[in-house]
Design a protein around this ligand. Structure first.
Ligand SMILES: O=c1ccn([C@@H]2O[C@H](COP(=O)(O)OP(=O)(O)O[C@H]3O[C@H](CO)[C@@H](O)[C@H](O)[C@H]3O)[C@@H](O)[C@H]2O)c(=O)[nH]1
Ligand SMILES: [Mn+2]
Length: 740
């Protein structure tokens, strides 16, 4: 295709003003930071008879150093942010489009309700793409009958749903979301015509029946809790059966292929969580459809717009980009975030700031869901596609299946009938990967529980692949986010641990990355891997050391009249206003800024800490890797609170106690500080320390409210408040003895 004569299928916009603002800010802020660090360091070289003990000084210095380092890494994201526009109408004819396999993963029908999973499956089947080129696979790690039966029902319902969506150009392709949207929510398919109204009613009734059948299976069927870790492989192509008489052969042609895959799992074998499931899907699909592109979706993330495949092809089919392009990433957005998003679940900073910045370098990291990836990229580097064709070598890397090896060699005729043969079952067995490179060099990689992050980094970008980020105005995919504090903290602990798995391995981005990718890209990855350590260490220090010193009458910061005071003042204001600026520039509110600051503190103190601990314990062999599934069933009470903007503190003591203890310590030091200011006239000396306590207390007001004011079941239990008060007293006594 001669690109010069065709209009481009996509455009990349570089906002020069943003780049100028960002780089100027980086320069000015880093000068201020250098002065601040100089002030700290000079303490050790001056011989004035200061009464300040060394240990606390050292600790805040270390915290400031780490936080400055983290800040420096994040500047890579601000270096060259870009945004993109696509023109799917300029794509070649349908018969020239490449085939797409959709991979959806589910693992547990109790935590991931089958109705929700099936809606994702149906929405993927209804993508606007030639149906003979679309193949939808569901990986069921739970091996549950209800999921398999659900798939059969989903296929039956899709016969009604897909033609309806196509005829009336319905945008939201998840039937549940479509039928439950408020009438005034948009014109999605609302043509007002009587045909439309009638057909909509028919399909709605079919949907209700479908949902009822699934619920019935869930109530009475086997949810397979006993089988979750122990079941054999089962692969089934879902198709017409005798009860579907009315279904014409021609109609079948309008339906994409639907395949259920439950890989074999045995307690004696490591199954590597989602990455393991995806690798099994890669192999099984390679003999059934072997599409060159794959859409990866989590089971709770439905297609909110049918055009994502075409949008992604605007990049994948661009001859300039495509040789090295591994994947197109869409943002993770959620249908259930509330306006006052107290748990910062919309991930604004990641998907409105960081990923744009990543995109201006070598491309964004992988997010585990909502990406269109080139199958080949998971098998090796873009450069040596042609070597590696030696079948013996291929068998060593990819295992012994001849069919699979043939699929790698080109001109392979994949076929749905392959689902029934023993070799395909073998591809989904738990021993297939023994002695191969699966999970180490091939497919999705196993070394971290954040398989998406690690595969994007070591498996793709480090091998020379690129990626692009596509964030069109209408969200292409919508997921359901966690709406309570407990799930948020559990999830953040897992992702902290996953990032650190990488940081403390031989793949540490700052060491492993630079020879293979641009330094700025490595900085982005380094930030994502090490921020848990930086955050937890520095925030624990900032929440305790200045306060302990204040309680003991020790000054840690320059006096108001000292010129270095201005430096500290500037650094604080500049960081805070920078954050506020970004929040407002991405059309979020002041409330969002407060929520993000608060959740950042809460996460740092708890999840980042436990996540780091977990990663280190795994490293020294004291713990096994684990993947806590997040719960996709909302508790009504908790959901109500989330929507009202009220924190729900029903979570583990391990999470609550540290947060509550630190807030109590800060309240105490603030009160003592005020007393010192009034009665001892220490405003000059102690201003910054009193201010820090004040800031912590104000930002964490919901915790105080949860301890002292609220009476509902979402409050912090009195026993935990007492425990926390006790531990802050012990901390104060011990701290005073050790540090002062
Ligand atoms: O053994 C497992 C565990 C999980 N999953 C699936 O993995 C997906 C993600 O699990 P979830 O509990 O929803 O985790 P999240 O924290 O929401 O997932 C984020 O983090 C994961 C790990 O980094 C990424 O894979 C996801 O795409 C990303 O959305 C779900 O579809 C699960 O069914 C499996 O298939 N097998
Ligand atoms: Mn999820």
């Amino acid at each position: 295709m001669d690109q010069s004569s065709n209009p481009p299928m996509h455009l990349c916009h570089v906002n020069r003003l943003t780049i100028f603002v960002n780089r100027t800010y980086t320069l000015i802020h880093s000068i201020a930071l250098s002065f601040l660090l100089y002030y700290r360091a000079s303490f050790f070289f001056s011989f004035h008879d200061t009464k300040t003990p060394i240990l606390p000084w050292l600790l805040v210095f270390a915290a400031e150093l780490l936080l400055s380092f983290e800040w420096l890494l994040t500047q890579a994201f601000r270096w060259r942010p870009v945004s993109r526009t696509v023109f799917p109408e300029r794509l070649p004819e349908d018969d020239k489009l490449p085939a797409v396999d959709v991979f959806i993963c589910t693992a547990d029908p109790e935590k991931e309700p089958p109705v929700l999973v099936m809606n994702t499956v149906i929405s993927a089947m209804a993508l606007d793409y030639p149906p003979e080129k679309l193949h939808v696979y569901l990986s069921d790690d739970g091996g549950a009958d209800v999921t398999l039966n659900g798939m059969r029902e989903a296929w039956r319902f899709a016969k009604w749903w897909i033609p309806f969506c196509k005829r009336y150009k319905i945008k939201c392709r998840s039937p549940k979301a479509y039928f439950s949207a408020a009438k005034d929510e948009g014109e999605d398919g609302n043509y007002g015509g009587s045909d439309f109204i009638q057909e909509r009613q028919t399909v709605k009734e079919k949907y209700e029946v479908f949902e009822e059948i699934i619920r019935e299976y869930t109530r009475h069927g086997d949810t397979g809790s006993s089988k979750r870790r122990d079941h054999s492989a089962l692969i089934e192509v879902i198709q017409k059966n005798s009860s579907d008489d009315a279904f014409e052969v021609t109609e079948a042609k309008n339906m994409p292929l639907l395949v259920y895959v439950s890989r074999e799992k045995r307690p004696s074998h490591a199954h590597h969580f989602k990455a393991g499931a995806l690798n099994a899907l890669l192999r099984v699909s390679s003999v059934i459809s072997n599409s060159p592109f794959i859409l990866g979706l989590d089971c709770d993330m439905y297609c909110n717009d049918p055009s994502s495949a075409r949008q992604a092809m605007c990049f994948h089919l661009d001859p300039k980009l495509s040789p090295s392009l591994a994947f197109v990433q869409f943002p993770q957005k959620f249908h259930n975030t509330s306006k006052n998003d107290i748990y910062d679940r919309q991930l604004r900073s990641i998907f409105s700031v960081l990923w744009q910045g990543f995109d201006g370098l070598q491309g964004p990291g992988m997010c585990g869901t909502g990406y269109y990836i080139k199958r080949l990229s998971l098998y090796g580097s873009p450069l040596n596609k042609e070597d590696h064709k030696d079948p013996i070598e291929l068998r060593q890397s990819f295992g012994l299946s001849n069919e699979f090896i043939k699929s790698l060699l080109g001109n392979y005729k994949a076929n749905a009938k392959m689902a029934q043969i023993a070799e395909t079952q073998q591809l989904a067995s738990c021993t297939y990967e023994d002695g191969t490179k699966w999970g180490e060099e091939a497919g999705f990689l196993y070394a971290s529980v954040a398989e998406d992050f690690f595969t994007g980094f070591a498996g793709l970008h480090c091998k020379g692949w690129d990626s692009v980020y596509c964030d069109p105005p209408r969200p292409q995919f919508l997921g359901s986010c966690t709406t309570n504090l407990n799930d948020l903290l559990v999830l953040a602990t897992r992702s902290s641990s996953g990032g650190l798995d990488v940081a403390i391995s031989k793949y540490c981005p700052l060491i492993y990355g630079p020879p293979k990718m641009s330094f700025l890209e490595s900085m982005c990855y380094a930030y994502l891997a090490i921020f848990p350590i930086c955050d937890f260490f520095s925030l624990w220090c900032f929440a305790t050391i200045p306060q302990l010193c204040l309680l003991n009458g020790i000054t840690l910061y320059p006096q108001v009249s000292n010129s270095y005071f201005l430096i500290f003042y500037f650094v604080f204001l500049s960081s805070v206003s920078r954050h506020l600026y970004e929040v407002l520039m991405t059309r979020a509110s002041l409330q969002e800024w407060i929520n993000e600051q608060r959740i950042w503190m809460m996460r740092a103190i708890t999840s980042c800490f436990y996540g780091s601990l977990d990663a280190f314990m795994k490293k020294i062999g004291m713990r096994e890797a684990s993947f806590f599934l997040t719960n996709k069933v909302d508790d009504i009470e908790q959901l109500k609170r989330y929507n009202m903007g009220v924190f729900d503190f029903q979570t583990s003591t391990l999470f609550l106690a540290p947060m509550a203890s630190l807030v109590i310590l800060n309240m105490a030091s603030f009160c003592v500080g005020i007393v010192r200011v009034i009665f001892l006239g220490e405003l000059e000396k102690m201003f910054i320390q009193v201010f820090i306590s004040f800031y912590v207390v104000v930002m964490n007001y919901p915790i105080i409210e949860g301890m002292l004011i609220r009476k509902d079941s979402g409050r912090i239990p009195t026993s935990i408040t007492l425990l926390s008060a006790l531990s802050s007293i012990i901390f104060y006594i011990l701290g005073s003895i050790i540090f002062m």
